[in-house]
Design a protein around this ligand. Structure first.
Ligand SMILES: Nc1ncnc2c1ncn2[C@@H]1O[C@H](COP(=O)(O)OP(=O)(O)OP(=O)(O)O)[C@@H](O)[C@H]1O
Ligand SMILES: [Mg+2]
Length: 236
């Protein structure tokens, strides 16, 4: 049984179908890329898995337990961590306080939450910013901060929404290294990414959405040679 199973999930907004009958799975300890053109429904799918949207139809299970339709905090407690496409960094707070805010979900003791936050900052190679305002960090560092925050809830699966967008090649490599470190800790990674050179080399599997529907699934090599995928990205 897979860690995450998305079965026939649809999400409609009025007359607009953002996800239609989408099914895929993520095995424990693997990296899965969720790709597709703008508006394909990738962020909507993340919001369904993380409890920000209630699916219109279908089921979502984590470790065999139904999480579809649960609120965000319950999904987080069940083991779904996430970052946001539009950053939700508290820029006037320090890097450590940003991560502590998430760690407090599990650990109400402030000193212990601070210790856990410092460990996740070190994991993301950001310990030097612990007591500096998040506003002083580069975009690349703020993306890693968002990852550290998501990790502080000790997820079984981490959903990352375009954490590599706008980064230069060496920053993309740093982000890729962090993803591999997360996977090596046994945490599954589901990654929405337009930066294909970031995701393709490290993904065990790629799922391709287009106009709300899954149009392909397979190894990075399989999907990059799939005519339907080329058409979705390049047009007819
Ligand atoms: N809350 C909402 N209300 C109405 N429509 C929405 C809502 N969220 C998303 N949509 C619509 O659903 C469709 C899919 O959007 P979504 O943000 O999931 O795409 P995406 O694949 O993440 O795109 P991008 O690559 O640009 O981030 C779009 O047509 C979008 O306008
Ligand atoms: Mg999106």
């Amino acid at each position: 049984m897979s860690l995450l199973q998305v079965n026939q999930v649809s999400k409609r907004f009025g007359g607009l179908t953002a996800n239609q009958d989408v099914s895929f799975s993520v095995d424990a300890g693997t990296v899965v890329g969720l790709i597709g053109p703008n508006g394909a429904g990738k962020t909507t799918m993340f919001n369904c898995v993380a409890g920000y949207y209630v699916p219109s139809a279908g089921s979502i299970t984590l470790d065999g337990r139904s999480i579809g339709g649960l609120p965000p905090e319950a999904c987080a407690r069940a083991g779904v961590g996430r970052t946001f496409q539009v950053a939700r960094t508290f820029t006037s707070m320090t890097a450590c306080e940003n991560v502590m805010a998430a760690a407090m979900l599990l650990q109400h003791n402030v000193a212990k939450a601070r210790k856990a936050a410092m460990e996740w900052l070190a994991f993301a190679n950001l310990q030097r910013f612990a007591d500096k305002p998040a506003a002083s960090m580069t975009i690349s560092e703020q993306r890693r901060l968002a990852v550290a925050r998501a990790l502080a809830i000790e997820p079984k699966i981490l959903l990352m929404d375009e954490v590599m967008a706008g980064l230069n090649p060496s920053e993309v490599r740093e982000a890729v290294d962090v993803v591999l470190k997360i996977r090596d800790r046994g945490i599954a990674c589901l990654i929405v990414e337009h930066v294909l050179e970031g995701i393709m080399p490290i993904a065990d599997k790629i799922v391709v959405l287009d106009r709300g529907m899954k149009i392909a699934e397979g190894t990075p090599q399989q999907v990059s040679n799939d005519p339907a995928v080329l058409t979705a990205y390049l047009g007819d």
